[in-house]
Design a protein around this ligand. Sequence first.
Ligand code: NG6
Ligand code: CA
Length: 510
Amino acid sequence: MKTKLIKYFLLFTFLICCKSEKIASKKNPNIVIIYLDDLGYGDVSAYKNGLLKTPNIDKLANEGLKFYNGYSSSATCSPSRYALLTGTYPWRNPRAKIITGGSLIIDTLEMTLPKMLKEKGYKTGIVGKWHLGLGIDKIDYNKIIYPGPNEIGFDYSYIMADTQDRVPSAYIEDGKVVNLDPNDPIEVNFNNNDYGLPTGLKNPELTSMKWHHGHNGSIVNGVPRIGFMKGGIKARWSDIDMADHFLKKAEEYIVKNKEETFFLYYSLQQPHVPRTPHPRFEGKSGMGPRGDVIIEADWCIGELYKTLESQGILKNTLIILSSDNGPVLNDGYFDNAVEMIGDHNPSGGLRGGKYSLFEAGTRVPFITYWKGKINSGVSNEIISQLDLFNSISEIVDSEFKSNDGLNLSNLIINNQGKGRDELILEATTRTAYRNKNWVMIPPYNGQKINKNVNIELGNSKNFMLFNLDEDPFQDNNLAKKEPEKLKQMLSDFIKIRGGKFSNIKDLKLE
Ligand code: NG6
Ligand code: CA
């Protein structure tokens, strides 16, 4: 009898162990998306195309999987973020354009990455730049601000509304302006009403950072901004502490949720303008504030990594790092970004930059890292941030899928399988088409170079066709030499994009 009991006991313990083992191995990973703002393909040293040193991003890139053909959906911020969170091409949504104080561009009924993960039991949080709009029509910053991140699937949000160069210069936590004194309400507008307060335009002597184009509205911390802001003095952020501040909030979020399965969208503000490194990073890059804030962002990423490690959850965390669009040097302030760039090449030699339909607009650093699960490697397969929704959905075993994204989970984890064959590229509502190693840019009216930012936009009276295998820097337009290829590309492009294009006068080649 006794031996029988012992046998049963052993069998029972064995079964329990198997079960918990199964539960442990079936547990979905935490997902951390680290998203930079305007970081170029050549700004990460692991991509070996520039001179900056980014050791912490390099660690993720070198020990994880580094994509050489990773794309943001668009060459500017709001549309790319829209695609990242919805898996839908932003040109399908007429409101998915650069936001300046505008309303939320994601419909609260739309499926999103955080909603999908929440449905799978995840805690979902965003810390950092939002830039997908807030509210409907006019926002009163003195009341609960909604709809916003909390209404599209995040159960925690600590954000700046748009960008560091736009008002309101205050953090918003779960829809409430942080440190707001009810006796000093905030007023904000983007319609030239300066409230009789100093502005960059009227009072350049009060600015410590000088504006070059745009950016001549209200002055906060010596930095003239886009738009006008009155009141909310106690709520105003400190620009030089912003990186530390967001990092602290992201780390707090991780520590608080380490026992749960969580999704963290850590959306850094660097190296977007105004570039305001903390003094301990000043001069560290030798390339002026733009380089310094990239060093600062890299440090933050290292700290975040250490937090995941010290909390013992690194092995159960999938980290994805990318940027919302390509690089720009002068994006509106005199900050020596151009003068001090030296031989560093932020686009890694790719043509164009932020706002451009050429490759540097949307080809960005794209890294996936999962300790113990993703092997160190590189991939030349084409992948877009658009694909993250479906890939993550597959990883966490969710039934929700977007129409435009592909499930590339096998690629981002095992470096196996094919990437995309084709992708629509977008820059300030204009679209182009990549298919395998070919890129076709249809004709667009408008200036060839945006002289303010000194970037080639990809506008031309004629079709452009490039073979990236032979001509990675897009110097040789093959449209005339390869009419059959061009026709095929155009017809494939129209199949996805539809026939309605603004600005394209003649879609026929003949
Ligand atoms: C532009 C701003 C630019 C930047 C951009 C948004 C001017 C002249 N330029 O309108 O400085 O803020 O919007 O950048 O105001 S993004 O990376 O968030 O898309
Ligand atoms: Ca951006």
